[in-house]
Design a protein around this ligand. Structure first.
Ligand SMILES: [Zn+2]
Length: 302
């Protein structure tokens, strides 16, 4: 989702308690050699039939477990911290400063979990020390803290990181809307499908939501993988409904094809997915009945 409002944050914790919103908080999981942590930033409550225009009210009855008490579809906005040995990289950079004053027609409410900079501190990460940030695509809820105007320092929070971006993505930004990333001309590195950007981290081109939309495949070192798939899917319901386009998909048919490839991959043994917008079910897999099965404490994958 792309949103552009940026004002001082409201009191997110209070909003969250009063709204029934299911925004994810910091979690850390280990799979093989990988340690993954969710770096929360913000969250959005969606109006389901508006975010998925191909759906009607009745389609949502079986999906109540994914929704808030008020019938909205919650989505987290944040980043994924990937650690292996001594190396660290971040996938996406959250939403940036938002207020909820400028809601788009498919959104019901905004809230803050805690700002991404605070989340990084809590995880012991100094963003100035990161060498690399992998970006799934250039929408504002994935590039928020990487923007040249995100913080006072025009280099952004990530003062030296290279931005790893899928081929075709930089060109997809309308003239006048960019540059999206701080120091974009010098710091952006364009990668093609299959490129290994760090030990065990490969680009997987999944276009459609945007032209250069890229998933990042993380090798666990023990024969498994985690696919951080960005906005190829926005909620677990799309595992069952890969034909449901999201209101912001650039190319509907290409996005659907990419989703079908993704669901097929996630159904393989030892393949896990990370859906940044999947509310409190971000890490999981596709089970034998074709449903998203979140990985929680009861279904320990390690
Ligand atoms: Zn998004």
């Amino acid at each position: 989702m792309a949103t552009h409002a940026r004002h001082a944050a409201t009191n997110g914790a209070e909003d969250r308690e009063n709204s029934g919103i299911r925004f994810p908080v910091i979690w850390t999981r280990t799979l093989g050699e990988l340690t993954l942590s969710y770096v929360p930033d913000a969250g959005v409550d969606m109006i389901p039939t508006r975010v998925y225009p191909a759906s009607v009210e009745e389609d949502w009855h079986p999906h109540r477990p994914q929704m808030t008490e008020a019938g909205h579809l919650p989505m987290g906005c944040g980043a994924l911290l990937v650690e292996r040995g001594g190396t660290r990289l971040l996938i996406d950079t959250g939403h940036g400063r938002i207020s909820g004053e400028d809601l788009e027609h498919f959104q019901h409410a905004f809230g803050h979990v805690q700002d991404l900079p605070e989340s990084l501190v809590a995880l012991g990460v100094d963003p100035a020390e990161l060498d690399m940030v992998a970006i799934t695509h250039l929408h504002g809820d994935h590039t928020g803290w990487a923007r040249p105007d995100a913080v006072e320092d025009p280099r952004s929070l990530f003062t030296k990181a290279r931005w790893m971006v899928g081929k075709g993505e930089l060109e997809s930004v309308a003239p006048g809307d960019g540059p999206i990333l701080a120091g974009q001309d010098e710091r952006a590195v364009v990668v093609t499908d299959g490129t290994e950007i760090a030990d065990g981290v490969r680009a997987w081109s999944l276009p459609g939501h945007t032209p250069g939309h890229t998933a990042w495949i993380l090798d666990t070192g023990d024969g498994r993988e985690v696919v951080a798939f960005g906005d190829a899917m926005h909620s677990p319901v799309q595992v069952q409904h890969p034909d449901w386009e999201v209101v912001l998909d650039t190319d509907r048919n290409e996005a659907e094809q990419s989703r079908r490839r993704l669901v097929e991959r996630l159904a393989r043994d030892g393949v896990y997915g990370f859906g940044v917008h999947f509310a409190d079910q971000q890490l999981g897999t596709v089970d034998s009945s074709g449903l998203w099965r979140p990985w929680n404490d009861e279904t320990d994958a390690s």
